[in-house]
Design a protein. Structure first.
Lengths: 167, 202
């Protein structure tokens, strides 16, 4: 009888010690590492064709390769910075830049406020950022960052034309 | 064995006891003085649950670039260049009036009072280096997907030293646990050690 009680007590004690060890040393299932790309929706590459846009310029270059190289040097942390575009895709751009070149680093906006905020960010990072004095007309072409600004009504991102951007 | 004079081991024992008692009494007093001096308390007031997906981010914090995403601001001085960075973030993550923070229309004490105060109080502010950013209505670099910065739920710290793509940390590792203890995820998990975000699964 004593033996049975002893074995029983040993099993209970062993189970208790085991559970205590598991609780103390065990971990929950590890999180996937790394997460990889964010899983949110991909936004359309809005070019604002035909609209009058505000453009922040980070530089102009004779070749795409030079522009790409300069852009690679200008990292904006983990958020999107400038985009390499042919100058010809904005009507009125060359006249304002004044430097003969074919490619530019730009980010385009529909509101002055959006352009100002981005120019401030670039300035803080020590990068050139000139807001062109006059709006330029978008002829479409490659994506130039449009859509990354707040809607003035405070509801979310600005995804369509505003009165100032309509020709 | 004499009962009137103590032997050397007994004396040592008494000294140890006295020293231990002194330390036990002094530590709370010193910590109390320290906290009172800074006027700070880790309040943990009204934190939103940390989202686990993009949909939960939108449900809890609204659309990217909405007015609440940039409603509250705070200043943070980098220890290396002495520049004070003023950045904005979501009103659900701070701006509630406390001993340290003036009321800014915010709804919780998370970032500006609790996280920042905790880093200050633990004397870890010296590890926060230049390049400190918050809200930005921008996509993730190289994508057209919204960055958590666009929701005002992400902060970059020491970005000059902890670049995106670097899978180790030299500065932010010293205080990352404080962010984690307050519901934040550290970007080192996806090789972005400058980045802290109030969201998982995105």
């Amino acid at each position: 009888m004593k033996r049975v009680v002893g074995v029983g007590a040993g099993i209970v004690l062993g189970a208790f010690v085991g559970l205590t060890l598991v609780a103390a040393l065990g971990h929950t299932e590890p999180e996937p590492h790394p997460y990889g790309s964010p899983v949110g929706p991909e936004m359309p590459r809005d070019t604002g064709a035909g609209e009058m846009l505000v453009v922040v310029v980070g530089g102009v270059f004779e070749t795409r390769a030079e522009a790409e190289a300069a852009n690679a040097e200008m990292t904006f942390g983990d958020v999107a910075g400038y985009y390499v575009v042919p100058e010809a895709q904005f009507q009125g751009f060359v006249e304002q830049v004044g430097t003969p070149a074919d490619f530019a680093l730009v980010s385009a906006f529909r509101t002055d406020e959006g352009a100002r905020e981005f120019a401030e960010l670039a300035g803080f990072l020590g990068y050139p950022a000139t807001i062109l004095a006059n709006r330029v007309r978008s002829l479409g072409g490659v994506y130039a960052g449009l859509g990354q600004e707040a809607n003035p009504d405070g509801s979310g991102p600005l995804t369509g034309p505003v009165p100032e951007s309509l020709p | 064995m004499s009962s009137t004079s103590s032997s050397p081991p007994a004396k040592r024992h008494r000294r140890r006891l006295a020293a231990t008692a002194a330390v036990l009494a002094l530590v709370p007093m010193l910590s109390g003085w320290h906290w009172a001096k800074l006027g700070w308390r880790d309040l943990h007031y009204n934190y939103p649950a940390t989202p686990q997906s993009y949909d939960q981010i939108v449900n809890r914090f609204g659309q990217p670039c909405n007015a609440d995403a940039s409603a509250v601001w705070m200043s943070w001085t980098a220890s290396d260049n002495g520049v004070t960075y003023t950045f904005r973030f979501h009103r659900k993550l701070g701006g509630y009036p406390t001993q340290m923070v003036a009321g800014k229309g915010g709804k919780s004490t998370n970032l500006d009072n609790d996280v920042y105060g905790h880093i200050q109080n633990a004397h870890l502010i010296g590890y926060t280096k230049s390049g400190i950013w918050g809200y930005n209505c921008r996509y993730v670099a190289g994508t057209t997907k919204w960055s958590t910065h666009a929701f005002g739920i992400a902060v970059d710290i020491s970005s000059a030293y902890e670049p995106m793509g670097q899978c180790y940390s030299t500065r932010n590792k010293n205080f990352a646990s404080i962010f984690k203890d307050h519901g934040w995820r550290w970007g080192l998990d996806f090789c972005d050690p400058m980045h802290f975000q109030y969201a998982f699964g995105y």
